[in-house]
Design a binder for this molecule. Structure first.
Ligand SMILES: [Zn+2]
Length: 139
């Protein structure tokens, strides 16, 4: 799953649970099923990374250190090792998260058909984050 979608799903989880700890833990755990289902990935991982950081920053700007923010952070943090791998800092074998290391089968990922898919995915993710903040923002 692309990172920006993990951010959005984690934000939504954080909006639903009124606890920083549970938001982080459930967000973190949500990374596995979201990686395991078939999905579309960004053509350029750098755009995904920038979008994810921007979205996290926006959540923090609007809701501070809230469960929404912590949930989003927990959900996307496993992809940090993917970023290290894609940028050549760590090797394929160094990855430890189960859906990245191959312990749990990663869902069939296909690259989106260009910018339209990526804009749509990003817009959908932003919409989920807005929804999350409406549900649980300001805690
Ligand atoms: Zn992942």
């Amino acid at each position: 799953m692309c990172s920006v979608t993990h951010v959005a799903a984690g934000a939504l989880i954080g909006g639903l649970v009124d606890s920083h700890l549970y938001a982080f833990l459930i967000g973190f755990a949500s990374h596995i099923p979201l990686d395991a289902i078939p999905h579309i990935d960004f053509e350029d991982f750098r755009i995904d990374a920038v979008m994810s950081v921007a979205l996290l920053g926006a959540i923090f700007a609007f809701s501070g250190f809230s469960p929404v923010f912590v949930g989003a952070l927990g959900a996307v943090v496993p992809d940090f090792e993917n970023l290290l791998w894609k940028t050549g800092i760590i090797s394929e074998k160094s990855k430890i998260f189960p859906t990245h290391s191959g312990l749990i089968k990663h869902g069939k990922a296909r690259v989106g058909s260009g910018p339209a898919t990526e804009i749509l995915l990003s817009a959908f993710s932003v919409a989920m984050v807005v929804l999350a903040m409406m549900i649980g923002g300001g805690h």
